[in-house]
Design a protein around this ligand. Structure first.
Ligand code: UD2
Length: 315
């Protein structure tokens, strides 16, 4: 990043992606405040940096706490959210309180505290089941879950704060993020975290559908770099950017790669497709490259190997 050494607030900094971002900010010798209510994040994710950050256990909807955390920061990286699509389907109102009103509180705190820029975590979920590939930012959104609607609403609020109040914002639409610390414990966890655990336990994985569905898997450190680039590129204010790799792989091929890394010959168990499953997803990352200089650096084989190493350490 161009301007080194600043204070940043990371909401959701104890989560899977947030904790990697916090580590990178600290490694660059920036000052970091984390606000996290630990609803899905874990303090242990911050074990490597806990003595070098200010950690606030609290909810982004606690206005005074949030403003206190934001004061004096140059950037806010907003990652706090109900991240489970299923949880938002079960509880559309409760999740909107966090994902929509919580984000509005973050933007409002940024306005009051004169934060230079807010970098928001959005999702490829906003594209929904649009069959056109690769996904480009200007395609009309087709949200198919409360989660996707909530992320889209956030993008609109971000644009509004950028244009109306002069709080610079950049929204990053993550594709399928994977890497160490991703929690495999729910059936709706990221497929890579589940496949890793199955391979480590020498148990066959479940593949929903014929396994021919494809995804663009992006390693967590590339997502972290995208956040840092989005903060540092002056002309990116107001942008919405896809963050993936521009390459996709089928779920069956993915299992074959994981099985190869783990040295297991287990055959997947095929089950009926999941309702609402999207067939193909791949990002066009051209705009992110042009706007902030983003290019993914970790190829799938290396990212999977690193993730598997971590997975074994958890056993
Ligand atoms: C991703 C996001 C989700 C939301 C959604 C929007 C992740 C982890 N999830 O869901 O938050 O943004 O995109 O489209 O990034 N699968 C199996 N076996 C398993 C688990 C999954 O076959 O044990 C399949 C699953 O049916 C799907 C694919 O693997 O076809 C990827 O599943 P996922 O849950 O990792 O991610 P996705 O793309 O459904």
């Amino acid at each position: 990043m161009a301007e080194k050494r600043f204070r940043a607030l990371v909401t959701g900094g104890a989560g899977f992606i947030g904790a990697h971002l916090v580590e990178a900010l600290v490694a660059d010798r920036n000052q970091v405040t984390v606000i996290d209510n630990l609803s899905s994040g874990k303090l242990s994710n911050l074990d490597n940096v806990k003595d070098r950050i200010d950690f606030i256990r609290g909810d982004i909807r606690e206005r005074e706490l949030l403003e206190k955390a934001a004061r004096g920061c140059r950037y806010i990286f907003h990652l706090a959210a109900v991240v489970s699509v299923t949880a938002t389907v079960t509880d559309p109102v409760g999740s909107a309180r966090v994902n929509e009103l919580g984000t509005l509180e973050v933007l409002e705190a940024a306005r009051k505290c004169e934060i230079r820029r807010v970098i928001l975590s959005s999702s490829s979920a906003v594209y929904g089941d649009d069959p056109r590939l690769p996904k480009q930012e200007q395609m009309p959104p087709r949200p198919k879950s409360p989660y996707a609607v909530q992320k889209l609403v956030n993008e609109h609020y971000a644009a509004l704060y950028n244009d109306l109040y002069g709080v610079e914002t950049v929204c990053l639409r993550y594709f399928n993020v994977y890497g160490p610390r991703q929690d495999p414990s729910s059936p709706y966890s990221g497929v890579i975290s589940i496949f890793m655990k199955q391979a480590a336990d020498k148990k066959p994985p479940v593949i929903y559908g014929d396994g021919g569905q494809t995804r663009d898997f992006v390693f967590v450190t590339d997502v972290v770099r995208a956040n840092l680039l989005a903060a540092g590129a002056p002309s990116a204010a107001g942008d919405i950017l896809n963050i993936g790799t521009g390459k996709s792989i089928s779920i069956t091929e993915l299992w074959n790669l994981v099985a190869g890394i783990a040295g297991v010959g287990l055959k997947p168990e095929y089950q009926p497709p999941r309702s609402g499953d999207i067939r193909h997803s791949v990002a066009d990352i051209g705009r992110a490259a042009r706007s902030v200089g983003y290019r993914p650096e970790v190829d799938l084989a290396s990212g999977l190997a690193e993730t598997y190493k971590w997975c074994l350490q958890q056993q």
